[in-house]
Design a protein around this ligand. Structure first.
Ligand code: F6R
Length: 602
């Protein structure tokens, strides 16, 4: 992952690169750094493990405003400890070349040995440093920066977005391979950056480097050297609405606000997409084939996006009796793609390397690929046959919340439309699903209101619990999985999800007096037995989604048959609880440790 920014222009290059970097910190926040050329030819080089804000404090605007070329970086560590020394920009032996890199150099060890033997001195533990020395080696008199970058690039194996600053000439150049990099021109300069979020508000459109394109930025704007040998710039993409940064609303953190936004996001999705369901217009408009033309649907994604895919798969399975499978993108290398498979690739960022690599393995004779993403200009969107925008709006918190809800509802609308277009819908079930879809925004609103206080109370009760179980059955299981994932990533406490029926086959041994056990109730009556088994061992049950009626003074649990995608509103209390517990434990809920929002390494 990591965020890269660079600016070359008439003035304030380091200020521009640093400000842009603030908008990319969600890509990694282990360390940050900046390098820039001053008008007198000297170099400003500042690195810190205290985040992008600390960079601003370390180098005042008077100094950064005077620069005309700069590169910046915010790091998510892969190779080498989190130290200022290992932070980018990384310099060569002579202090001329400053490199920022996103990706992994797989042959770094071999190159390091070779470069050491040639006399280069290494100052960091990171794989990226070989790029700086390779460029230094190639940058002989008469060789321009772009050619030196190409020479270095041709020695690399792995993935990279690289931008290099030649502090002597003030030129910058960038190239990319299996890692995103964009180029955007303002009236007074040129940006290179990992994604469009960096330049939002600065430009109305941007260009995307394709694999092995090189862009050089000298005095007269960007010069393109495309991998197809053309020097024409790549096409322009408009800056999407989703690139605008959100606010924190009534909370101190983005995540709290993003949880609160979920009913409005659901409303936006349902209003925009549901009119295209009954006549199959939404499906056909995406250019997707009738479902009769495919044997199965495969959802592929990672983490929360995979969970969204599993919820969506329920529509194809339960409503249209179409086989589905959910593929963990990082495991796709071990899997065989079956023919006649409709692939739905789900990624809020659209830049997740594991998902892109999984699609690389698709056979030549394959079914269509639909991308479901929050970024319609992303790498995933560009590589897919059809794209649907999940309409979540910007999500800043690293933990996915509103993008999950938006993905589920967008995918559900598409799936329902596909089932209608193919005439495969079971009529009664379809009506029930449609009613549930239309009611989803209100159900989410009620969940947000109802669980605000109880989730805080539960966090207080479980503040010292060391482990948590999340149970579900059928369509509820994926929400249990999502609850466990949220809790792990935010609170750093152990959490495990299980199909409730599996408890007695082993995990029940974990349950002791007071063990917190969250049960996502999708109306399966067998959950009552599972709950009784936990209660008998002293476990503390929190039942999410139960419908209780008081009859003659005693509580009766009502079964509720949920929609084909399960009890979506049940995710709200799980998100809220995870956040409340994390806040109580003093965690940074927007930037959990060791994580990043856009995972561009595989
Ligand atoms: C968890 C979370 C991650 C992402 C995963 C995929 O809260 O955010 O599990 O869901 O890294 O990311 P995208 O959706 O960008 O492909």
């Amino acid at each position: 992952m990591c965020g890269i920014t660079a600016f070359r222009g008439t003035t304030a290059a380091a200020t521009r690169a640093r400000t842009a970097l603030e908008r990319l910190e969600y890509r990694g926040y282990d360390s940050a750094g900046i390098a820039a050329r001053r008008p007198d030819g000297t170099t400003l080089h500042e690195r810190t493990v205290r985040g992008v804000a600390a960079l601003a404090a370390a180098v005042g605007p008077a100094e950064t405003d005077a620069t005309t070329a700069a590169v910046g970086h915010t790091r998510w560590a892969t190779h080498g400890a989190v130290t200022a020394q290992n932070a980018h920009p990384i310099e060569d032996c002579g202090g001329r070349v400053f490199v920022v890199h996103n990706g992994i150099v797989e042959n770094a060890e071999a190159l390091r040995t070779e470069l050491r033997a040639a006399g280069h001195r290494f100052a960091t533990e990171v794989d990226s440093e070989v790029i700086a020395h390779l460029i230094e080696q190639a940058l002989r008199p008469g060789v321009d920066l772009g050619d030196a970058l190409v020479a270095a690039r041709d020695r690399l194996e792995g993935s990279w977005a690289v931008v290099v600053l030649d502090a002597r000439s003030g030129e910058i150049a960038g190239t990319a391979h299996a890692s995103p990099l964009i180029c955007a021109e303002t009236g007074d300069g040129v940006y290179l950056a990992s994604d469009v979020g960096a330049v939002v508000g600065e430009v109305a459109a941007f260009r995307v480097l394709e694999d092995d394109d090189v862009v050089e930025v000298g005095g007269a704007g960007p010069r393109w050297h495309r991998h197809d040998h053309s020097t024409r710039p790549r096409g322009l993409w408009p800056v999407p609405r989703t690139a605008l940064l959100g606010s924190t609303g009534r909370h101190d953190d983005h995540m709290g606000n993003e949880i609160d936004e979920q009913p409005a996001v659901a409303r936006r999705v349902v209003d925009a997409l549901s009119p295209g369901i009954a006549d199959g217009r939404l499906w056909k408009g995406l250019g997707l084939p009738p479902l009769d033309g495919v044997d199965r649907v495969c959802v592929v994604g990672c983490g929360t996006s995979l969970h969204a895919g599993q919820a969506i798969a329920g529509v194809f399975e339960r409503l249209a009796a179409l086989p589905t499978r959910a593929l963990v993108a990082s495991e796709a290398v071990h899997d065989l793609w079956e023919p006649r498979t409709l692939v739905i690739a789900i990624s809020q960022s659209g830049e997740t390397a594991d998902v892109l690599r999984a699609l690389d393995r698709l056979p030549a004779r394959r079914g269509p690929v639909l991308a479901l993403t929050n970024s319609t200009s992303s790498s995933l969107a560009r590589r897919s046959d059809a794209v649907i925008d999940c309409l979540a709006g910007p999500e800043v918190g690293v933990a996915a919340t509103k993008t999950f809800v938006a993905q589920v509802l967008t995918g559900v609308c598409v799936a329902l439309s596909g089932v209608c277009a193919s005439g495969r819908a079971d009529a009664a079930r379809f009506d029930a699903d449609l009613r549930a879809l239309v009611a989803a925004p209100e159900a989410l609103r009620a969940a947000v209101e109802e669980w605000r206080e109880p989730s805080a109370a539960l966090a207080a009760e479980f503040a010292t619990a060391s482990g948590f179980l999340f149970l579900g059955r059928g369509s509820g299981l994926v929400y249990a999985a999502e609850g466990a994932l949220k809790l792990k990533e935010l609170s750093y406490r152990w959490a495990e999800h299980q199909p409730a029926g599996e408890l007695k086959h082993g995990p029940l041994a974990l349950v002791d007096a007071g063990t917190p056990v969250f049960v996502v109730d999708n109306g399966d009556p067998r959950l009552d037995v599972d709950i009784a088994e936990v209660t008998a061992r002293g476990g503390r049950i929190v039942r999410i989604g139960e419908r209780v009626l008081t009859v003659g003074g005693s509580a009766v649990h009502l079964p509720r048959s949920g929609p084909s995608w399960g009890p979506l509103d049940g995710v709200v209390p799980l998100q809220m609880f995870a956040r409340e517990l994390a806040l109580r434990l003093g965690r940074n809920v927007d930037k959990p440790r060791n994580l990043a929002k856009s995972v561009t390494v595989s």
